[in-house]
Design a binder for this molecule. Structure first.
Ligand SMILES: [Zn+2]
Ligand SMILES: [Zn+2]
Length: 263
């Protein structure tokens, strides 16, 4: 693999000969350059200091995390499907044990993304598993390394197989999307990235343009996000980190949360 350099704040990989002065993802108003300045690391260093943890959440759902936490600290989710497995979002590390585990479950038929904060080393994952990467066309400008497996999709939804769909929501990013999986719960499960942010109390969903910078969404965009979720059936939610799982009263929590934005 061609040598890569990684932004320590967001985990985005850059080709070593195309590293900007400042990470373009962190320079955007939705992220930040730390007060201590831009810092970079390498895959070698990341492998030395971190490992990958896999946790089973359901017979057909696994959580993949970096241990100890690195950069934004998001998890990736592996959905097992008879039609082919789907990886939802990425973590900025891939090791041999993880590759072997995923291959033992049938490999990957697709990688799909919620938004640009989690693109990480997506081209490496796509190359190893020889599968396409689905990114909404609205976010094309945020792809820093355009690999051959990246497929830009357009419109409101992209149907995969076994009823799995990628649904465009918007809000946090113009292309912010969720994965809707019908077979993990009765009404349907949403894998959400941070398109919705479940509070630690598990009683409130917030939707922001920027979570670290606390930048709200304009009202018309917020209304669009609400209407979109109102039209989608779901009773189970998995957010961007492990503490954001919710399986009870999910629609009610969402409805109560939205009242705070519009009353
Ligand atoms: Zn960055
Ligand atoms: Zn984000």
């Amino acid at each position: 693999m061609k040598e890569k350099i990684i932004c320590s704040t967001c985990g985005t990989y850059y080709p070593a000969d195309e590293v900007p002065g400042l990470c373009v993802i962190c320079s955007d108003e939705r992220q930040y350059i730390p007060e201590t300045g831009q810092s970079w690391t390498t895959p070698k260093d990341l492998h030395r200091k971190h490992s990958i943890k896999l946790n089973k959440l359901h017979e057909r759902l696994y959580e993949i995390e970096i241990n100890p936490i690195f950069a934004i600290g998001q998890r990736a989710l592996l959905v097992l499907s008879e039609g082919g497995n789907v990886l939802w979002d990425c973590i900025p590390l891939l090791d041999e044990l993880t590759v072997q585990f995923i291959k033992s479950k049938g490999g990957l038929k697709a990688i799909a993304f919620s938004h640009p904060h989690y693109y990480s080393n997506m081209n490496e994952w796509a190359e190893v598993f020889d599968c396409p990467v689905y990114i909404h066309d609205n976010d094309a400008a945020h792809i820093v390394e355009k690999g051959p497996q990246i497929h830009l999709w357009q419109g409101d939804e992209l149907a995969l197989w076994e009823g799995i769909k990628i649904l465009l929501i918007g809000g946090h990013f113009e292309g912010s999307s969720i994965l809707h999986v019908p077979f993990l719960s009765k009404e349907g499960t949403i894998l959400c990235g941070d398109t919705l942010f479940l509070s630690p109390s598990k009683k409130h969903f917030s939707v922001l343009r920027s979570y670290p910078n606390r930048i709200p969404l304009a009202q018309p965009e917020m209304r669009k996000v609400k209407q979109r979720f109102d039209s989608i059936p779901f009773d189970s939610f998995y957010g961007y980190i492990k503490t954001q799982n919710l399986h009870e009263n999910v629609k009610q929590v969402f409805a109560e949360s939205m009242k705070k934005y519009f009353s």
